[in-house]
Design a protein around this ligand. Structure first.
Ligand code: ADE
Length: 423
């Protein structure tokens, strides 16, 4: 039920108290973002800036947008996926923290785009995307808004791929910061965040045992590496499928079985796609699966499993548990898919834990500061962040973990800057 209200569009304002409690719980495990918030509150680097954010509406995102607001920005938020919204968080943001939020878990496609448009109606100067949907909407349907935008931030690999394609075609109308490509983002969030939250999502949806099961990891990028590693840690026999020979070789040397999907399809118990590509589990793979096989996706878009093809081939015969769909194939075999092929970690669980989003969102906040500060010198391309941002975030994170490291001696500094000394 949508509650009538003056601001935002959320499910139920009555969920506010629960949202506040959970947002504070996450904040307690985000020490680097807290430090950025304190710095922003003093320095006001985003003063006078209107920000339009399209992100998964989670407790961790709530702490990011509160940080942006502390830095002086006026912030508007919508969901970057119809199933990933935490309704209590949306209620708390809108009715406690003064951040208008347009997001309802389970919203249909029309409502999803209505919410993106509501954020764009505010004429943001800086946008923040997780998957590049806001930028795409501006460039395709709301071109008049480009002139207000000084920069955009992008959180995820899939979004960066889309934005680089826009850059190549020469259609980008403002600079973009590739937050995903900062080391303090993808090395930790994509690997350890996705690793843990994907296992979490599959287990919360199915309560199946991983130990002794054949888990097929489709794709061996940073997310696939994390999921394969954590599945092995739970006692699964892990198979990796890949199209990139270097990544496939890496998986082999990391000790995983590697084979084509057509073979893996026949032996897997649990399949998870993490590729950023479409139909990586296709109809012929579903056909080949063992009875009881479970397929899901942890890549950004819901097209990694060819569910439209599956719906033509098979009959959906039930939903034995929330987020679990049961399909009967023409052979009589039954297989399962999770969360309508959407991100299983954010749909059936809560996404990455706060302690890893701490780094991702500290980088996001600092990227916004960087973009606003350097708006005049950034051209309409996809830009990487300077190394100092990664070093600042990593140094602080290590400090909060009580981990010390060494520094170069003057002799070592001189040696690294020279070339004369050799064998
Ligand atoms: N992406 C993955 N996990 C997330 C989380 N907890 N919050 C926001 N975005 C995410």
């Amino acid at each position: 039920m949508t509650t009538t209200q003056t601001k935002g569009d959320i499910k139920d304002a009555g969920l506010k108290a629960m949202g506040i409690q959970r947002i504070e719980w996450a904040e307690a495990d985000m020490p680097v973002l807290r430090a950025v918030k304190e710095k922003f509150a003093k320095e006001q680097p985003l003063k006078g800036i209107k920000m339009g954010c399209c992100l998964h509406v989670t407790t961790e995102t709530a702490n990011l947008v509160r940080t942006l607001k502390a830095g002086g920005a006026e912030v508007f938020l919508c969901a970057s996926n119809p199933l990933s919204t935490q309704d209590d968080v949306a209620a708390a943001l809108t009715h406690e923290y003064g951040i208008e939020t347009f997001a309802i878990k389970g919203e249909d496609n029309d409502t999803y785009y209505k919410h993106l448009n509501s954020v764009l109606d505010q004429k943001p100067n800086v946008t923040m995307d997780d998957g590049a949907d806001l930028v795409t909407l501006i460039l395709t349907k709301r071109a008049e808004l480009s002139e207000h935008v000084v920069a955009s931030m992008e959180e995820t690999t899939t979004g960066i791929i889309r934005l680089r394609a826009m850059e190549k075609e020469g259609v980008l109308k403002f600079p973009v910061i590739a937050v995903n490509d900062a080391d303090c983002k993808h090395l930790f969030d994509n690997r350890y965040g996705t690793g843990q939250s994907t296992v979490d999502g599959i287990i919360r949806a199915t309560n199946r045992l991983f130990a002794g099961r054949v888990v097929v990891t489709v794709g061996y990028g940073w997310c696939g590496r994390g999921f394969a590693m954590r599945s092995r840690g739970m006692g699964a026999r892990v198979i990796v499928t890949e199209i990139d020979p270097v990544k496939a070789l890496e998986a082999v040397m990391d000790g995983f079985e590697v084979m084509p999907m057509a073979e893996a399809a026949k032996i897997g118990d649990i399949f998870c796609t993490l590729t950023g590509n479409k139909h990586v589990i296709d109809v012929e793979h579903f056909k080949a699966m063992k009875p009881g096989a479970i397929s899901c996706n942890s890549g950004h878009f819901d097209n990694e499993l060819n569910l439209a093809g599956l719906a033509k081939l098979a009959k959906k015969v039930g939903t034995p548990k929330p987020f679990v769909d049961q399909w009967e194939l023409p052979s009589g075999n039954t297989i399962f898919t999770l969360a309508e092929g959407r991100l299983v970690n954010l749909s059936a669980a809560e996404g990455h834990p706060a302690n890893v989003m701490d780094m991702s969102f500290a980088v996001q906040a600092l990227a916004s500061e960087y973009a606003v500060k350097h708006q005049k010198s950034l051209d309409n391309k996809v830009h990487n962040l300077p190394r100092e941002v990664d070093e600042w975030v990593a140094t602080l994170k290590l400090e909060t973990m009580g981990v010390g490291i060494d520094t170069l001696t003057p002799e070592q500094q001189k040696y690294l800057a020279s070339w004369q000394e050799g064998t």
